[in-house]
Design a protein around this ligand. Structure first.
Ligand SMILES: C[S@@+](CC[C@H](N)C(=O)[O-])C[C@H]1O[C@@H](n2cnc3c(N)ncnc32)[C@H](O)[C@@H]1O
Length: 280
């Protein structure tokens, strides 16, 4: 087979593959993404034993045995960029202005938090550490999920290189994150405080089975979705919030443009969306 070049991805092949990816995981691609999309697609097609992208497409779309190949393609396409203490002001405010008063008022009930696109784990581990620093971790259940099997495996290994550690606070070093040369490992107690699951944000049934949460973090993933998918996902996440529960999105993500039934609130200089009493 002639080594494929990006131009080998015709407009019609791009259209059907981008439609398939959007249908399965919500990620939306525009015309500017063709080159990078094509090279990842060809690499995964070859790995799966195909030298025709059309045959690969039909396999992914219709074959009952395509689950592993589809997961491999998703793993190749998703952007797993994350790091410890990312957009941390919002997490500090969540701990101090939401979780602490909630626990104080809840007479023994544990709080539940879901990190819904947790990537390789730095975000839920950061949250667990911030809660532990405040003596709150034992009263909080943290569930973390992502659609990427590869990212989840790395999250559970909890071993990180310099990119993940670039904003690591000094207070985390040694006590919570054991640094050894260029790499660092998360302390076992923090690892054990976070439970990881593979959950696709488009899978309404799997999401409904998770129960309800006091806070849901869905940060820096909505930007990859179309407005239509964003509305659908936010609706599904809002349905998992307890009355009074908080939804956190990334600093560059706003739901105001697309609209939501949740109330927009500012706390401690950070923005949150709140379920004002709607029982689900
Ligand atoms: C850029 S990372 C954000 C990680 C973290 N929330 C943060 O803010 O640092 C985006 C993550 O969203 C995940 N993702 C993309 N589409 C998804 C979907 N349909 N369901 C669940 N996770 C998805 C990707 O696998 C990736 O790990």
């Amino acid at each position: 087979m002639t080594p494929p070049v990006s131009s080998a991805l015709s407009p019609s092949l791009f259209a059907i593959f981008k439609g398939l990816v959007e249908e399965r995981v919500g990620i939306h691609y525009g015309p500017g993404d063709v080159e990078v999309f094509a090279s990842k697609l060809w690499a995964r097609a070859r790995d799966a034993g195909f030298d025709s992208l059309l045959d690969y497409y039909y396999f992914l779309k219709y074959d009952a045995d395509a689950k592993g190949a589809l997961e491999a393609l998703i793993d190749a396409l998703v952007v797993n960029e994350t790091y410890f203490h990312r957009e941390a002001d919002q997490l500090h405010v969540l701990c101090d202005a939401v979780i602490r008063p909630l626990l104080a008022a809840s007479r023994g009930r544990r709080a539940r938090i879901w990190c819904a696109a947790a990537s390789t784990g730095e975000e839920p581990y950061t949250l667990a550490i911030l809660l532990d620093e405040r003596g709150l971790l034992g009263d909080v259940e943290i569930l973390a999920s992502d659609v990427s099997t590869r990212a989840l495996a790395r999250a559970q290994e909890a071993s990180y290189g310099p990119r993940a550690l670039r904003a690591l606070p000094d207070s985390f070093r040694g006590r919570y994150v054991v640094v050894d040369g260029e790499r660092a490992t998360v302390d076992a107690r923090i690892r054990e405080a976070v439970t990881f699951h593979r959950i696709n944000l488009l899978d309404d049934e799997a999401i409904a089975r998770l129960g309800t949460f006091d806070a849901v973090l869905c940060r820096n993933v909505l930007i990859y979705f179309s407005d239509e998918t964003m509305v659908r996902v936010v609706h599904s996440l809002a349905g998992r919030l307890k009355p009074g529960g908080f939804l956190l999105v990334g600093a560059s993500e706003s739901l105001l443009r697309v609209g939501t039934l949740l109330s927009f609130e500012e706390r401690g200089g950070c923005f949150f969306y709140v379920n004002k009493g709607r029982s689900t």
